[in-house]
Design a protein around this ligand. Structure first.
Ligand code: DAH
Length: 327
């Protein structure tokens, strides 16, 4: 019987390497160690042996059984670990996935540059709602109903009587309703006008509004702040020109141009002026005690000038070939 056990072991060692997956291994296990397997039938013969022989045969049985079980277990864990690594199939020599780093949109970049510059001059950044009341967009800015100035601010009206703000000057009103002077704010944001889209017009664009109100704020303060901005943003040699103009909410009012060396001409970049006494009074700020300056600039406009962009639509088309130039 010991010889038979030995043969069983040898056969088993011969067959084991031929097994190539877990199913075949299981079948081999049943063949050798199953209840009706080879091991059971060989060891059944122990009954025929003498007491002396039984002892030796018993030891041999235990040894072979443990050995077979051990070899099965080793094979099993080998197959299992191979199955896991073939599922993942990690090839460490493959190049990794490349994610292009994102970057700020040029308009975001310009808004950040301009607002940070004014922050250094002591202005606080605030914002206001894009859905506005007629009162904040017009009346409070000294533009009464039926006033022809409204034509210049063509507006998207909503069914509930509100509107999409056509200028960030609304934020002047919103802030003065809450905060009493002295105040210095800068308010970037989107505005909307139902203009036909072309190279210089879009139905949505951005403005940056500035407002300073204090006891003796003067037009010189306005000029100083705007010149500081222009020199920092466009370069230290930049020249500014203030042209008389009309805005209902400022008196006097001006349009401000910068001299564009590349084209040898003056180009308008913003509107500005001294806050109209009517605007201050309506907000219960005494125009005899306080004065303010205000300005509003078009973000796309100054971005186009600074970067030489010729078509405003490029800012909104999300063409990465355009956007990557600003990384
Ligand atoms: N809100 C004006 C516009 O959209 C720009 C402007 C002009 C803003 C004069 C001002 C200002 O604050 O004082 O055309």
């Amino acid at each position: 019987m010991i010889g038979a056990l030995k043969k069983l072991e040898v056969d088993f060692r011969g067959e084991l390497p031929l097994v190539s997956n877990l199913d075949q291994l299981e079948a081999l296990k049943v063949k050798y160690l199953g209840r009706k397997g080879l091991f059971t039938s060989v060891s059944g013969r122990i009954a025929e042996l003498s007491k002396e022989e039984k002892k030796l045969a018993g030891q041999a049985m235990n040894r072979v059984k443990l050995l077979l079980e051990q070899l099965f277990a080793d094979r099993e864990s080998l197959f299992k670990s191979q199955a896991i690594s073939s599922e993942k199939k990690i090839d460490t020599t493959m190049p990794g996935t490349f994610y292009a780093p994102g970057s700020l949109h040029p308009l975001t970049r310009v808004i950040l540059d301009v607002t940070q510059l004014f922050e250094r001059l002591g202005f606080s950044v605030v914002d206001g709602p894009e859905v506005e009341t007629e009162y904040h967009n017009f009346e409070a800015l000294n533009i009464p109903p039926n006033h022809p100035a409204r034509d210049g601010f063509d507006t998207f009206y909503l069914e509930n009587g509100h509107l999409l703000r056509s200028q960030t000057s609304t934020v002047q009103i919103r802030i003065m309703e809450k905060v009493k002077p002295p105040l210095k704010i800068i308010a970037p944001g989107k505005v909307y006008r139902p203009d036909a889209t072309d190279a210089t017009h879009a139905f949505m664009f951005h403005q940056i509004e500035g407002l300073m109100v204090d006891k003796d704020t003067s037009f010189a303060d306005l000029k100083g702040a705007l010149l500081a901005f222009a020199k920092e943003f466009f370069g230290s040699k930049t020249r500014l020109r203030f042209r008389p103009h009309f805005f209902p909410f400022t008196e006097p009012s001006a349009e401000v141009d910068i001299f564009w060396e590349a084209q040898g001409q003056w180009l308008e970049i913003l509107g500005a002026g001294m806050v109209h006494p009517n605007v201050l009074s309506a907000l219960k700020i005494d125009p005899r005690a306080y004065a303010g300056f205000a300005f509003g600039m078009g973000v796309e406009r100054i971005a186009m000038l600074k970067y030489g962009v010729e078509d405003i639509r490029q800012f909104f088309e999300n063409d990465v070939r355009f956007l990557r130039q600003f990384e």
